[in-house]
Design a protein around this ligand. Structure first.
Ligand code: AHG
Ligand code: MN
Ligand code: MN
Length: 373
C-alpha cells in the first residue's frame, strides 16, 4: 500500500492549532515505537527476496547510512564546534567551499572505503573520480556518485540541507582499475538512488528501482533510521512550484509563460498554485515529493545548462521521483536517458508531479503559450 501523500496545504489548521481532518498530519498516525522496523531490518528483509544475493549491496547501503549518521551528528553540533561557515577554498565548480561540505565529503569517502563494497566515488567536492580499494587491496562492485552536502549555503542560517547519492554497478567486463568512464552511465542504469535530509528531523529516502520509494526517520535516542514513510507515492498533480524567480529576465519565453500561467487566478479569483523555494534542492524536492509540486532549475541566458549536476543531483532525484510516480526532464528530454559526458556536467531540471512536469514541457517546447487575458 502506498503511503497517502495527497496534495495538502501546509496551512490547513483549525482554530485550536490542531491539524484539521483530512490533512496529512491526520492521515499519518504517529509511529508506534513498539512496532518499528529499522533500516537494517528492512534491507535484510529485501535482500532475502533477491536470489543468490551476496549481501554486498545491503552492506553498501549500511555504509551510506552510517556516513549519514556521522554527518548528522556533525550537523547537530555544527553551531557549537565552529564548523559553520566557509573554508575560504573554492571547489571544482568555482564555488566557495563550506566547512561542512568538506567534512561530509570526507565522512562518505571514509565510510565507503571502510565498507569495501564501493570501487569508485564521484563527488561534487572532488574534481576527479576517486578509485577505492580496501587495505587488503580488494575492490567492490559498486560506484557511488554523490553531492555530500546539498544546499550548504543555507547552513549558517540553520536551514535544512542534505546528501544526494546515486549507485551504479561497475560495468560488466570492465578491466583494470575503474576510471571516471565507468561512472558515465545514463541514469536508467542506476541500481539505487537516495537522499538524506538533515532537517527538523533527519530522514533517509531511497529506492532500488523496484517501484518503491521508502523513507526512514532517524530516532536520535537509539541511533537508528526507522521506517516512517513506506512506499511513498507523489501526487500526479501538485499546487507548489519551486523556482528562483529572481532570474525571470534570463529565462526563455516558454518558461516565462508557464510561470505566469501558474500565477493566473481561476474563475473564482483564487490562486491555484503557490511558490515555495528554500534554495536547498533536497529540501525543496522532499517537500514537493510528499505534497505534490514541481521544482525547476532552468537554463538561463548566462547558464545554458542550468546549475544542477546531472550525475549526482538530477539523476538520483529523477530515479526517485519516477519510482514514486512523478517525472523529471530537462524541459525536452527525460533526465534518466541523457548520455553523460562528464562527471560534473550540468543540466536544466524540471522535476516533480507528473502532470506539472508535462505541462511545463509543453510551454518550454513552444506547444503552448499564455493566452492574453
Ligand atoms: P550545492 O549546495 O550542493 O552547491 O547546491 C546548491 C543548489 C541547490 O541546492 C539549490 O536548489 C540551488 O543551488 C540554489 O541556487 P540559486 O541560489 O541559484 O537559486
Ligand atoms: Mn547540490
Ligand atoms: Mn553540495
Amino acid at each position: 500500500m502506498a503511503t497517502s501523500t495527497g496534495a495538502s496545504s501546509d496551512d490547513e489548521m483549525s482554530t485550536d492549532g490542531q491539524p484539521s481532518a483530512g490533512t496529512e498530519g491526520a492521515e499519518r498516525p504517529a509511529m508506534d515505537l513498539g512496532d518499528f522496523k529499522t533500516l537494517e531490518q528492512f534491507i535484510i528483509e529485501r535482500q532475502k527476496g533477491v536470489p543468490h544475493s551476496t549481501g554486498a549491496f545491503s552492506r553498501l547501503l549500511r555504509d551510506i547510512s552510517v556516513a549519514a549518521k556521522i554527518v548528522n551528528r556533525d550537523m547537530r553540533t555544527a553551531g557549537l564546534i565552529d564548523v559553520h561557515g566557509s573554508t575560504g577554498e573554492v571547489n571544482v565548480q568555482g564555488e566557495v567551499r563550506q566547512k561542512m561540505d568538506a567534512l561530509a565529503h570526507r565522512e562518505f569517502v571514509l565510510a565507503l572505503r571502510r565498507g569495501g563494497e564501493c570501487c569508485l566515488i564521484g563527488s561534487e567536492e572532488h574534481a576527479e573520480a576517486i578509485p577505492l580499494a580496501t587495505t587488503e587491496g580488494e575492490e567492490g562492485d559498486y560506484i557511488v556518485l554523490l553531492d555530500p552536502l546539498d544546499g550548504s549555503s543555507n547552513i549558517d542560517v540553520n536551514v535544512s540541507v542534505g546528501t544526494i547519492f546515486s549507485v551504479y554497478r561497475l560495468p560488466e567486463r570492465w578491466e583494470g582499475k575503474p576510471t571516471v568512464k565507468a561512472a558515465l552511465q545514463p541514469g536508467t542504469r542506476q541500481v539505487a538512488a537516495g537522499y538524506v535530509v538533515y532537517g527538523s528531523s533527519t530522514m533517509l529516502v531511497y529506492t532500488t528501482g523496484t517501484g518503491e520509494v521508502n523513507g526512514f526517520t532517524l530516532d536520535p535516542s537509539i541511533g537508528e533510521f526507522l521506517l516512517s514513510h513506506p512506499d511513498i507515492s507523489t501526487p500526479d498533480e501538485g499546487k507548489i512550484y519551486s523556482i528562483n524567480q529572481a532570474y525571470y529576465e534570463s529565462w526563455g519565453d516558454g518558461l516565462k509563460d508557464y510561470v505566469r500561467w501558474m500565477q493566473q487566478p481561476d474563475e473564482e479569483g483564487k490562486h491555484p498554485f503557490k511558490t515555495r523555494y528554500i534554495g536547498s534542492f533536497v529540501s525543496d524536492f522532499h517537500r514537493n515529493l510528499l505534497k505534490g509540486g514541481i521544482y525547476i532549475y532552468p537554463a538561463t541566458r548566462n547558464s545554458p545548462s542550468g546549475k544542477l549536476r546531472l550525475m549526482y543531483e538530477a539523476n538520483p532525484m529523477a530515479m526517485l521521483v519516477e519510482q514514486a510516480g512523478g517525472a523529471a526532464t530537462d524541459g525536452h528530454t527525460r533526465i534518466l536517458e541523457k548520455s553523460p559526458e562528464k562527471l560534473h556536467q550540468r543540466t536544466p531540471l524540471f522535476i516533480g508531479s507528473k502532470e506539472m512536469v508535462e505541462t511545463a514541457g509543453t510551454f518550454v517546447q513552444g506547444e503552448r503559450e499564455l493566452e492574453a487575458a
